[in-house]
Design a protein around this ligand. Structure first.
Ligand SMILES: Nc1ncnc2c1ncn2[C@@H]1O[C@H](COP(=O)(O)OP(=O)(O)O)[C@@H](O)[C@H]1O
Ligand SMILES: [Mg+2]
Length: 379
């Protein structure tokens, strides 16, 4: 597999970001800065190499957030740390920056299948904002998207930002957690305060917390910070649930590791949506979606190809298509000196792209998701 494939880069960016937050929390600022910079480099590369990528708008926002954190950390290193350790280095402008300025370049139409998830989002977010009078009993304020990595959770949340005429606040681990105890929970409070403020003009506000387990998960080596963030979060969620229905504030959280969340937290999310591995119909849709712009040879039967792709995630499938296409492009350069047009992509190109490439999620893990779901369905 080409080492510059999109999911490879996405995983690398995620790895750097997680390392950065961990080092940041440990107080190892030098290392944290190095990892934040690594994440920025990889994200910039994705945006440059894959200008059509649906999540680029989010990636740009992350870059802004990581740059800000680097700046704060670099200022911090030359300043004297107050004795109580409770120095707040951020102000409201940080929350301001989490509000997505640009609409993501993705709509429900760009997401293959996931009908159940889309319907749930329509019923609990889109319809109530259009006709609140039809919902005298209220509507869910918390939606939890869970499932294996690479199957469309972040994509769904980004599409919501596009489907509603409102605000989308994107918060991730790096922007909420910080080394300063007391700081992270204040940030959560500010986040919700800001959401209430901007929703007072009647427009919906979505707070999206991606990889929520890394912020709120239960840790065995808890030092106290995470508990406070979690409690603040639960309190804010209760505020949303109790408050009059005038506000249109929703919290969408996404996680690949739902079992890391505790019951109290899960209960605040009345709507829990499983975003599963694509089934055959979904795989065909994914194939259609991602081959739209490329020429296919007559021997490529998408239905049969979908059978070969059983067990692969949406992100795997996108990558395999890109790799198959890349093979035809490389030929132009290797054989024809960069001149001429690419030939259609054949079944053999797909098989070549698939060779040695295992599904990124295994069966056992899928069973874990399913049993978690059946356990918490009725909670
Ligand atoms: N159902 C889908 N429809 C279209 N593209 C998908 C789908 N699922 C995954 N992808 C592709 O895989 C990428 C990663 O998906 P993402 O939403 O980040 O997964 P998750 O958040 O569940 O880990 C997306 O940017 C998209 O290119
Ligand atoms: Mg994601």
């Amino acid at each position: 597999m080409s080492s510059s494939s999109l999911s490879y880069l996405e995983n690398m960016a995620r790895h750097y970001a997680i390392q950065a937050v961990m080092k940041d929390k440990e107080g190892n600022f030098g290392e944290a800065v190095k990892y934040y910079k690594g994440a920025i480099n990889v994200l910039s590369k994705i945006i440059q190499l894959y200008p059509d990528n649906a999540l680029n708008t989010l990636y740009k926002e992350w870059i802004v957030q990581y740059r800000r954190r680097i700046r704060d950390l670099e200022n911090l290193r030359v300043s004297i740390i107050p004795a109580n350790g409770g120095r707040t280095v951020n102000d409201d402008s940080e929350i301001e920056e989490m509000i997505l300025k640009e609409r993501p370049n993705v709509t429900f139409k760009d997401i293959a299948d996931l009908k159940e998830a889309k319907d749930a989002i329509r019923q609990s977010i889109i319809y109530p904002t259009m006709r609140p009078d039809l919902f005298p009993l209220g509507w869910p304020r918390g939606i939890l998207l869970f499932g294996p990595p690479g199957c469309g959770k972040t994509l769904l949340a980004a599409a919501v930002a596009n489907e509603i005429n409102g605000y989308f606040i994107h918060a991730d681990a790096a922007s909420i957690m910080s080394k300063w105890l007391g700081d992270a929970e204040k940030k959560v409070a500010k986040l919700f305060k800001k959401a209430r403020e901007i929703s007072s003009n009647g427009k919906p506000v979505i707070i999206f917390i991606d990889e929520v387990d890394s912020i709120l998960g239960t840790y065995s080596n808890e030092v106290g910070g995470e508990v406070r963030v979690r409690n603040q979060f639960l309190q804010e969620m209760d505020g949303l649930l109790n408050k009059s229905q005038k506000h249109f504030i929703y919290v969408i959280a996404a996680t690949n590791k739902p079992w890391k969340l505790d019951q109290a937290f899960i209960r605040r999310f009345q709507k829990r949506i499983y975003v599963p591995l694509p089934d055959k119909t979904a795989r065909i849709e994914l194939l259609r979606l991602y081959t739209k712009k490329i020429k296919l040879a007559p021997d490529v039967d998408l239905e049969k190809l979908a059978d070969l792709l059983e067990g692969y995630t949406g992100s795997d499938i996108r990558d395999i298509i890109m790799a198959a296409h890349l093979r035809t492009v490389s030929e132009i350069f290797d054989k024809y000196g960069g001149k001429g047009d690419v030939r259609p992509v054949t079944l053999d190109d797909f098989k070549y792209a698939l060779k040695g490439r295992k599904p990124s999620v295994n069966r056992e893990l899928i069973k874990v998701y399913e049993s978690w779901y059946s356990k918490f369905k009725a909670l």
